[in-house]
Design a protein around this ligand. Sequence first.
Ligand code: E4P
Length: 218
Amino acid sequence: MKFFIDSADVNEISEIASTGLIDGVTTNPSLIAKSGRNFIEVVKEICDIVDGPVSAEVIATDAETMIVEGNKLSKIADNVTIKVPLTWEGLKACKNLSVEGIMVNVTLCFNANQALLAAKAGATFISPFIGRLDDMGLDGMELIEEIRTIYDNYENLETEILAASIRSVNHVRQAALIGADVATVPGKVLKELAKHPLTDKGLDAFMKDWEGTGQSIL
Ligand code: E4P
C-alpha cells in the first residue's frame, strides 16, 4: 500500500517525507487556504520534496477552464497530478487531461458508480472520501469495498483506489485489509500508526534491564 500525506504544510511534509515512508502528497483548496500561502509556490515546494504524485486541485467548475487550469498546474513539475471534482464536467476534463498523458486524481467520490465513471474517464486515482461518509452515519469503508470489487471485475480498469478523508488509524488498517492501493493520511494519523502502548511498555522494561547490565554498545 502506498502512503500519501494529506497536507499543504511544507514543513510537515518535509519532516514526514524524511522518513522515506511517503509515496506522494494530496492537497485541496481548504488545505491551501489553511497554509495561508500562494498555491503555485506551495505545490512547487512540495514537488521539490517528494518524488511521487502531488495532487493539485482545479478551481473551475466547467470542463474547458478545468483543462486550462490543469494544463497550467501540470507544468509546475513532472509529478503534479491534477485533481478534478467528480462532476460531469470534471469527468470530461479528466478524459481530456489523461489522454494528454497528465495524471488525474478524481476527488469527492461518494458512490461506486461515480468511481466506475472516473475509471472509464482514464483517472489515475479515484478518491473515495471515507470520513465524510462516516460523518453522515454511513459506512465509508463499504464504498472502498465496492470499488475494489468493481475494479477487480474488469482488467481494463487500471485506476488506483486512493482512500481519502481518513481520520483514524483504524481507517488505514481497514483500507489496507480491503486492498485500497493508496491511503492519503494526515500527518498526525501517520505518526499514530507507529504507536502501541505495549511497544512503549516493552521498551521501558528492556531499557531498565539493559541499564542493570552496565554495558554500552558504542
Ligand atoms: C483528499 O485528497 C482530501 O484532501 C482529504 O482527504 C479530505 O479529507 P477531509 O474530509 O478530512 O477534509
